[in-house]
Structures are given as structure tokens and as C-alpha cells.
Design a protein around this ligand. Structure first.
Ligand SMILES: Cc1cc2nc3c(=O)[nH]c(=O)nc-3n(C[C@H](O)[C@H](O)[C@H](O)COP(=O)(O)O)c2cc1C
Length: 355
């Protein structure tokens, strides 16, 4: 057995995650409709990754308010029903993370696999969406621009959801500021045309995110891990840039974030994105090098060797996996085997007879 970076525990805020191969948030559109309540689907889906040896398992985008759901079938955290899932993840030795989200102008849409695309009609259980500005995402309904009270309510909703996450026993809270959802919409000049304190300059566009990071940190206290997910770039001229992400990472870290999760895109429907193995890793590497903030890389990192190489070369501190985990929920154990890694941090039920 060899000491491998991927299977070296990571301690943040005094909480030790057993390894550095974590599960990326993935929407399941399987919550009880309109309630946001988890079902047995979530227990088995998330539990399978914990059983498969992942370090931390993050829930899908979990809405902080009913109007912040991507679809009527999205998970929500305006109730306390996620504790059972947290307990199951802990029973398998994994750390439990929740991604707190507000879908903004991309809320109230049909499930990814529905035949109908676009916004769900009000008569069919849809709702009016909100955004920094009344600019529609192509193919979706025009949102209402949030006023000052609306912005305050969003901050309060994130804080309340973070309190419930702490009460449910989560180890980690991720604020979703990526993929063209509400917080990214505020960051990007393409979707934020406001003329008040939340629009225009860089400082104004990051203001809501910083207020939410402050509110979430205050809600969870000092000993929960706080992660922020960014889209490093809009991949579009005139949009949110990598330079701005570097600056925003410095700010969220100063406001109490422990780790940043670096994705990209999602705010521009026709952006040309050069998708390929590890295509977003250079963003994580640059951000880690320039800010010194612990960084997670994500996006088409599908093998043990690729993940280990990203860590060995100092491009990231954590690797998040989405689709490879769906293909093989035991990807982490498989990776440990491939790397001949030390698995002493993994429960014996999983490792007995493993060799
Ligand atoms: C089925 C599915 C659902 C997803 N849902 C979310 C989500 O809820 N929140 C989020 O930030 N990203 C979401 N993503 C993006 C993933 O977290 C991840 O960033 C992306 O899939 C790239 O990683 P991969 O190549 O390992 O799959 C989703 C991806 C998939 C495949």
C-alpha cells in the first residue's frame, strides 16, 4: 500500500474528510413535488457513494426557498428531513455536504428528462422567477428583478437553510454561485444590469455573494466547512471572467469560505465551451496558485490516475466527480485499488476482502 494524495485525509475547520475524491452535486428531480422533501431515492443515491468510499458526498442543488427550485421536483431545505440522509452517509464513513442553491431566472423549469422544455406554466405548478434584472435566459420565462426587500429575503433564506443544514448534522455547506443560477446571475454583467449597490462595478456584483457567505458562516458557526462553487468564466466576451473569479475567491475566503469548487459556464445559452478531459482544471490550478485558497477541481476527471495527477501536481486539493460516480458509485474504492492506496480511513466492511 502506498500513500496517495487522493487518499490522504483533508482537515478543514477541525473536520477530517477521509479522502479527497468527493461527489459533485447532481440534481435528481426526485423530491416530493412542491414539498422539496427527500425520498428513498435520495437516501439510496447519496448513500451508494458513501458506501463506495467517497470522501464527502454533496447533495444536489438544494433550494433555500420554494421559488429557488430548478424544477417542482427539486430538493429543498426549508424543512428538517435531510438528517436521515446525513446519518446514512456518516454510517458509511463519508462526510456529508449540502449544496445550497437558488435557481434565479433558471428556476421553475421542467425536469431534465421531460419531453417539454422551458418554463413550467403557472397553471401547471410553475412560479414567477426572480433575478438581478428582468432579462430572460433564452427559452425561459422573463424573471422579475429583485428589489431591496427581495434581496434581503434571499440572504435570510440562505441563512435559515444553513442553520437547518447544521441542525441536520451536515459537515459541509456549499453555496452554489455557479452555472447561471441566481448568485452567478448577480456576478455576471451579462445577466446583471442593475444600477443600485448590487450591479455595475465588480464590488457591487459580488456584494450579494459576500452577504450570503457572511450570513451562512454566521449561521453554521466556526466548525462547519464552507465551500463556494464558482463558474470561473462565462466563456463569452463581456461576461464573468477568470480574473474576476480570482479576485472573488480572495474575498469569499476572507469572509469565511474554506474551499472553492471551480466549475464554469451555465449563464450563456450558446457559449462555446471546449469540453474535454479535465478542461476546467487549469482554472482551479490558477486560482489555487494565485490565492492560496484550497481548491476543488471538477469536470471530466474520470480515472484514478488523472485525479491523483491533479493533486500531485498541486493543481487542486480535492477532486469532485459527478458522472463517473453515477457510472460507478464505488469509483472511490476502485480508484484506491488502482492506486494501491492506504485505505485505513475507510470502514472495514468496505475494505475487508478488498485486495
Ligand atoms: C445529472 C447531473 C446533475 C447535476 N446537478 C448539479 C447540481 O445540482 N448542482 C451543481 O452545481 N452542478 C450539478 N451538476 C454538475 C456536476 O456537479 C459537475 O460539475 C459536472 O457534472 C462535471 O463533472 P463530471 O464530469 O465529473 O460529471 C450536475 C451534473 C449532472 C451530470
Amino acid at each position: 500500500m502506498r500513500n496517495r494524495h487522493l487518499f490522504t485525509p483533508l482537515t478543514l475547520r477541525g473536520r477530517t474528510v477521509r479522502n479527497r475524491l468527493w461527489v459533485a452535486p447532481m440534481c435528481q428531480y426526485s423530491a416530493e413535488e412542491r414539498d422539496g422533501m427527500p425520498t428513498d431515492w435520495h437516501l439510496v443515491h447519496l448513500g451508494s457513494f458513501a458506501h463506495g468510499g467517497a470522501g464527502a458526498v454533496l447533495t444536489e442543488a438544494t433550494a433555500v426557498s420554494p421559488e429557488g427550485r430548478i424544477s417542482p421536483q427539486d430538493l429543498g431545505l426549508w424543512n428538517d428531513a435531510l438528517a436521515r440522509i446525513v446519518d446514512a452517509l456518516h454510517a458509511c464513513g463519508a462526510s456529508a455536504g449540502v449544496q445550497l442553491a437558488h435557481a434565479g431566472r433558471k428556476a421553475s423549469t421542467h425536469r431534465a428528462w421531460d419531453d417539454t422544455r422551458g418554463s413550467v406554466a403557472l397553471a401547471d405548478g410553475g412560479w414567477e422567477t426572480v433575478a438581478p434584472s428582468a432579462i430572460a435566459f433564452p427559452g425561459l420565462a422573463e424573471p422579475r428583478a429583485l428589489d431591496a426587500d427581495g434581496i434581503r429575503a434571499v440572504v435570510d433564506d440562505f441563512a435559515a437553510a444553513a442553520t437547518r443544514a447544521k441542525d441536520a448534522g451536515f459537515d459541509l455547506v456549499e453555496v452554489h454561485a455557479a452555472h447561471g443560477y441566481l448568485l452567478h446571475e448577480f456576478l455576471s454583467p451579462l445577466s446583471n444590469h442593475r444600477t443600485d449597490a448590487y450591479g455595475g462595478s465588480f464590488d457591487n456584483r459580488v456584494r450579494l455573494l459576500l452577504e450570503i457567505v457572511d450570513a451562512v458562516r454566521a449561521a453554521i458557526g466556526d466548525d462547519l466547512i464552507l465551500v463556494v462553487r464558482f463558474s470561473a468564466t462565462d466563456w463569452t466576451d463581456g461576461g464573468w471572467t477568470v480574473d474576476e473569479t480570482v479576485e472573488a475567491v480572495r474575498l469569499v475566503a476572507a469572509h469565511g469560505a474554506d474551499l472553492v469548487d471551480i466549475s464554469s459556464g451555465g449563464n450563456v445559452a450558446d457559449a462555446r465551451i471546449p469540453v474535454g478531459p479535465g478542461y476546467q482544471v487549469p482554472f482551479a490550478a490558477r486560482i489555487r496558485a494565485e490565492t492560496g485558497v484550497p481548491t476543488a477541481a471538477v469536470g471530466m476527471i474520470d480515472s484514478a490516475a488523472q485525479a491523483e495527477q491533479i493533486l500531485v501536481t498541486g493543481q487542486a486539493d480535492v477532486v469532485l466527480s459527478g458522472r463517473e460516480m453515477l457510472r460507478n458509485p464505488h469509483f472511490a474504492l476502485r480508484a484506491a485499488r488502482d492506486l494501491d492506496a492506504d485505505l485505513s480511513a475507510t470502514p472495514p466492511q468496505l475494505t475487508r476482502g478488498f485486495a
